[in-house]
Design a protein around this ligand. Sequence first.
Ligand code: 5GP
Ligand code: ZN
Length: 134
Amino acid sequence: MRDCIFCKIIAGEIPSKKIYEDEHHLAFLDIFPASKGHSLVIPKEHHADIHSMSAAQYGAIAAVAKTVADLLQGKLKSEGTTIFQMNREAGWQTVFHIHMHVIPRWEGDALHKPWDIAPASEEELSSIHALLTE
Ligand code: 5GP
Ligand code: ZN
């Protein structure tokens, strides 16, 4: 897709540090890493986000993220792994070609949970549960 940074990376028009490639996917280092080895997994076919692709296509990206997570963990001896996948502006997505962040983690590293921990009331949980299951 024209004007898509990640399509340009796939086409080789923008350089990237690739760490994994198969017929339908690519993984490369994020240029603004949250930690050492922070990588992005993308499908070669342009899809904007989770809502514009099939479950099978999404599952295939997740499978590659698992392979990349194991690769990073094995090579970097990381102590944990965090996977992020943002969708649409409200979901913090900034590059609108779907991607999974695979972030190697270490105890005491600089990342923070992106939400405050606070319990929901029983009424709130019951109401959303009813809406989702009716
Ligand atoms: P999002 O915020 O959409 O979930 O993540 C986009 C990610 O792409 C960001 O972490 C950002 O650092 C990364 N990124 C943006 N432009 C480039 C680029 O040209 N090359 C690489 N390797 N990463 C990029
Ligand atoms: Zn694209």
